[in-house]
Design a protein around this ligand. Structure first.
Ligand code: ASP
Length: 577
């Protein structure tokens, strides 16, 4: 080894030792005849000192060293006169006897410290330098920890990790595929997997029984802060199980991760049906750190001459507790918020419950105190509460109210990043109707099994069929989802027919799976967790990018290696493009 210790290791008990350290020069400064250097490596920072009176040559040499030079130094550990309680090594420094320059460095384009002066784009371009910063490095250390404990946990439960191929067949379901031309089969294309779904099911047919894989998946979708074209899943599948077994097994995994990684004991996960989530929270991933459920005022508010309500399919209220003191300006801002094109509400109606229990609403002309009292009773509103009401078409109003609920949760400080509330959302519909293309779509994916008791609706009212599908939601983020699968060829065929596949198309796209089902497929089911998302949740950040070593920007570009990029005419010719 070129070093005896790391830069995060030495303590007061090491005083007097002769040591050798290697690392990068983070910062240097002179105070008269003494020079100081902060030497950094992955493990921390150690202060080096150079005394002109004790060793003039080394002192002079140290003065010309630049930032990010790679150094090997030898010297003696001494106690510091001015200790730094904020540094693990802050009680000591190294009195340097010799310095070897292992490599020089150009002046870095931004300061490599926790508070850097580098903008996003610049740090992405020089990601290898950004990764030297302790806070960025810590995110990857957290990621490593999460993957290590995941493997440990699943291994102890008899799961085995199996790699599935990256070059597979393009299928029309789900998101858009990334495709790869085949040189040896000109005119034909591979696709990169959106998930190892069919392969993990085939592994169950093979009898592997419990499979997992921490695996890259690829989806060619429009990007958002929490999406990347390539991302990682903890992908799992089990045989001879029912929904309940999967929920229990993976609830235990997530609980143990919270314990190991954050030392947090997660409450048992409540289960909420999809219908309940939509009705009371307006979305299938409710943030349950705070309650504020929807209250339907249709019966109380219609028929009083207020045309807007009378002509609406649905009138939905929420009770913002303690927010009666919202000013006119704050209410105007909330109104502007719900009227944003992305949300699209026509307006916002409010009713304050004043100190003395009287009501002051924006619709006083139509509703007297007795009417508003009924609203308040329905909403459980008391003095100092603020009732907010939206109206319109049912599903749209639910969506809009869901956004408003989240916004209020934020404004009222109810969405604390250190509080974790997890739940299972279950009983999803099997299919949803796509108005634009006039066809049914699988809500999860086409391999998800219907609840046996709902099979009777298959040819008449498919929207009524509930699926054996489930999502795990934490703090309003869908961290994982899965289903019990179809393992019977005929049912799988029926499902493809419902989704508008001809027999020939189904055979062509998924024949391999349906054929496999003819050779003794066991009942099976599984789940996949968004690994990057889980890491960002543990780290308390909104963007998964911070937890990926070399992420893409929001145009899907890697600005460091400059990809995607053009290919040569030669390559194109060879690929027959
Ligand atoms: N393959 C599914 C997905 O990627 C998860 C699953 O059903 O296991 O969402």
């Amino acid at each position: 080894m070129l070093r005896t210790h790391t830069c995060g290791e030495l303590r007061i008990t090491d005083v007097g030792k002769e040591i050798v350290l290697c690392g990068w020069l983070q910062k240097s400064r002179d105070i008269g005849t003494i020079g100081f250097i902060d030497l950094r490596d992955r493990y921390g920072i150690t202060q080096l000192s150079f005394d002109e009176h004790k060793n003039k040559d080394v002192f002079n040499q140290a003065r010309i060293l630049g930032r990010e030079f790679v150094l090997q130094i030898s010297g003696t550990v001494v106690e510091r006169t001015a200790k730094n309680a904020n540094m693990a090594t802050g009680d000591i420094e190294i009195q340097v006897a010799s310095v070897e320059i292992l490599n020089e460095s150009k002046t870095p384009p931004f300061t490599i410290e926790e508070d850097t002066d580098g903008g996003d784009e610049l740090r992405m371009k020089f990601r290898y330098l950004d990764l030297r910063r302790a806070n960025v490095r810590k995110n990857l250390e957290l990621r490593h920890k999460v993957s290590k404990f995941t493997r440990q946990f699943l291994d102890a439960q008899n799961f085995i990790e199996v790699e599935t191929p990256m070059l597979i067949k393009s299928t029309p379901e789900g998101a858009r595929d990334f495709i790869v031309p085949s040189r040896l089969n000109e005119g034909e294309w591979y696709a990169l997997p959106q998930s190892p779904q069919t392969f993990k099911q085939l592994l169950m047919v093979s009898g592997f029984d419990r499979y997992y894989q921490i695996v890259k998946c690829f989806r060619d979708e429009d990007l958002r802060a929490d999406r990347q074209p390539e991302f990682t899943q903890i992908d799992c599948e089990m045989s001879f199980v029912e929904q309940e077994d999967i929920l229990n097994t993976f609830e235990a995994l997530i609980k143990s991760l919270f314990k190991e990684v954050k030392n947090i004991t997660l409450d048992p996960l409540p289960r909420m049906s999809y219908d309940h989530a939509m009705k009371y929270y307006g979305c299938d991933k409710p943030d349950t750190r705070f309650d504020m459920p929807f209250v339907y005022l249709d019966d109380l508010a219609k028929g009083k001459g207020f045309e807007l309500f009378d002509s609406s399919e649905s009138i939905i209220a929420i009770n913002a507790k303690g927010a009666a003191n919202y000013t006119r300006k704050q209410l105007d801002e909330l109104t502007a918020f719900v009227k944003k094109p992305q949300i699209g509400a026509k307006g916002l109606i409010y009713c304050r419950v004043a100190d003395d229990g009287t009501f002051k609403s924006s619709v006083d002309k139509f509703y007297d105190q007795a009417d508003l009292q009924k609203w308040a009773d329905a909403c459980g509103a008391q003095t100092n509460d603020l009732i907010l009401v939206l109206c319109g078409e049912l599903n749209q109003t639910r969506k809009q109210m869901s956004e408003l609920r989240l916004e209020l949760g934020k404004q009222l400080g109810l969405r604390n990043a250190d509080t974790y509330k997890a739940l299972w959302v279950i009983d999803f519909p099997l299919v949803e109707y796509d108005e634009a293309n006039k066809r049914w779509h699988a809500m999860h994916h086409p391999f998800t099994s219907p609840k046996p008791e709902d099979l009777k609706y298959m040819s008449t009212e498919p929207q009524r069929i509930r699926a054996n599908a489930y999502d795990m939601v934490i703090n309003g983020v869908e961290v994982g989802g899965g289903s019990i699968r179809i393992h019977n060829k005929d049912l799988q065929k029926q499902m493809f027919t419902l989704l508008g596949f001809s027999d020939e198309q189904a055979q062509n796209q998924f024949g391999f799976l349906m054929n496999a089902f003819e050779y003794g497929a066991p009942p099976h089911g599984g789940i996949a967790f968004g690994f990057d998302r889980l890491c960002s949740l543990f780290g308390g950040s909104e963007t998964i990018r911070d937890y990926i070593a070399f992420p893409k920007n929001n145009m899907g570009r890697d600005v460091m290696i400059d990809a995607p990029s053009a290919i040569s005419d030669e390559q194109r010719l060879e690929l027959g493009l």
